[in-house]
Structure formats: C-alpha cells, structure tokens
Design a binder for this molecule. Structure first.
Ligand SMILES: NC(=O)c1ccc[n+]([C@@H]2O[C@H](COP(=O)([O-])OP(=O)(O)OC[C@H]3O[C@@H](n4cnc5c(N)ncnc54)[C@H](O)[C@@H]3O)[C@@H](O)[C@H]2O)c1
Length: 249
C-alpha cells in the first residue's frame, strides 16, 4: 500500500483470459492497474480497459513484448517514474508452441522459453529494486500443472513452467527479509483462448483426468492470485499453489 492508499499493480498478459480476470479482481479494491499484452490487435486490450474503467479504476494498457529485455526496462522505468512504486507484479504472459520433441524446432523452444520464463526474469528484475526500497511487494508468476507432471507435446512449455517454480523459490529466499513475498500459481486446465485452440479429443482426455470433472474458470485462478497478494497470505512465500480441480494432488 502507498500513501494514496491504492496499490500499483502490473499484470503481464492482462488483455484477456486469466490476466483479464486478475485485473478485474484487483479493480474491486480500486488499485491502479497497468496491463501489458502483446496481442496482434488491440481489441481484447480495449475491451478489458473498458471493463475496468466501468469499475472506476485508474488503468492503462501497453503493448510490449515481455521477452525483450530492453522493452521491459523502458516500460518499468516509465511506470516507476510516474507512479513511484510497484506494489504487485503478476507475471502472467504466456504462449504455447506444442509439438512432439522429435519435431520441435529451435524456434519453438526459444519462443516459449523467452516469453514464458525469460519474461519473468526480465519483469521481476525490473521491479525488485523498487520493492526492496519500499520494503514491501508481492510477485505472483503463472506456472502450470504441466510444469509439475509434464505433458506430451509440451517439452518447451512444461520446461518453462517448471523453470518458474525454481525461479520463484530462489527469489523468494533472496528477498524475504526485505518484506517481499514471491509465489507462483499453477493452474490446471482453464477455459481460455489458450485451451480453446486444443483439439476436441485432447480436451476430452484432459477432462477425464480431472476429479472435479470440469475445466476451471479464469476467475477461479484470479481469486487465488489476488489472495496471494493480500494480507491474508502474509505468511506465504516461495509457494506454488495448484488450482487444477484435483488433476494433480
Ligand atoms: N489456460 C490454461 O489452461 C492455463 C493453464 C496453466 C497455465 N496457464 C498460464 O496462464 C497464463 C495466462 O494464460 P491464458 O490462458 O489466459 O492465455 P491467453 O492466451 O488467453 O492470454 C495470454 C496473454 O499473454 C499475452 N502475451 C503473450 N505473449 C506475450 C509477450 N511476448 N509479451 C507480453 N504479453 C504477451 C497475450 O497478449 C495475452 O494477454 C499463461 O502464462 C499460461 O501459460 C494457462
């Protein structure tokens, strides 16, 4: 919290899906919200901005590729200059380039590792000094159940999401004494554009393995992200919270 009483919250991948729901959740506390996305067109981001403005919060959106270090440094430099602080960072941007390892090209590997994992390094490093100075801050990064259990066709994706788990635990140890909490959320099979792209047969196979018998809703993930960034979770750091309907226990 800062002197204005409203937290400054940066959400990558905030234009749609889980990121949009996280932003809507933070809007309930009148946070000042910065969305980052890299959609080819601005329509989803504009829709999210409109939904947030309806709730009366201060919000802005930026199209920035979070895998590109210089762009991230410029973005956060600008945010810190204007707001003076960042209270919450949600590292949520992510992509898939699924194919069997036998066929996986170097480009598919690099793209997924860069967008899903290097971005977390880029954005976290860009805020950490400010958070240390504030002696407060919450960072939540979006991992995945497949970072824990693997998934056929996702060697790149599951490696990136497992990498987030290791990164989270290490950074949590490094900054705990400075009042900063660092956690990850590992969603299971959530109903967003990312999973809408999956063939029906794959969807059915996933559903059969979920004890709760259904896909998750992005709102159900957003609730946990929000809670992790609240005082109710003040004794949690370095944790990976699974939100997966029982797919992995
Ligand atoms: N949907 C699921 O079932 C599921 C399960 C586990 C984990 N996740 C993770 O949750 C996160 C959000 O997933 P979603 O389903 O809402 O995805 P989505 O495809 O609906 O949204 C992805 C978001 O990431 C942004 N993005 C992509 N590349 C970017 C880049 N280079 N720079 C900046 N922003 C970029 C997009 O613009 C968009 O805002 C991802 O990290 C994903 O891996 C999703």
């Amino acid at each position: 919290m800062n002197e204005n009483g409203s937290r400054v919250v940066v959400i990558t991948g905030g234009s749609r899906g889980i990121g949009r729901c996280v932003a809507l959740k933070f809007a309930e506390e009148a946070a000042r919200i910065v969305l980052v996305h890299y959609d080819p067109d601005e329509s989803a981001a504009q829709e999210t901005l409109a939904l947030l403005k309806e709730k009366g919060v201060q919000v802005e959106a930026h199209k920035v590729d979070v895998s590109v270090r210089q762009e991230v440094e410029e973005l956060f430099g600008d945010i810190l200059e204007r707001y003076g602080r960042v209270d919450v960072l949600v590292n949520n941007a992510g992509i898939t380039r699924d194919t069997l390892l036998m066929r996986m090209g170097e480009k598919d590997w690099d793209a997924v590792l860069n967008v899903n994992l290097k971005s977390v390094f880029n954005c976290t490093q860009a805020v950490i000094r400010a958070m240390i100075k504030q002696r407060s801050g919450c960072i939540v990064s979006m991992s995945s159940v497949v970072g824990q259990i693997g998934n056929v066709g996702q060697a790149n994706y599951s490696a990136s999401k497992a990498g987030i788990m290791g990164f989270t635990k290490t950074v949590a140890r490094e900054v705990a004494a400075r009042g900063i909490r660092v956690n990850a959320v590992a969603p299971g099979f959530i109903d967003t554009e990312m999973t809408a792209a999956l063939p029906e047969k794959v969807r059915q196979k996933f559903l059969e393995q979920i004890p709760l018998g259904r896909m998750g809703r992005p709102e159900e993930v957003a609730e946990v992200v929000y809670w992790l960034c609240s005082d109710s979770a003040s004794y949690l750091t370095g944790q990976v919270i699974h939100v997966n309907g029982g797919l992995y226990m």
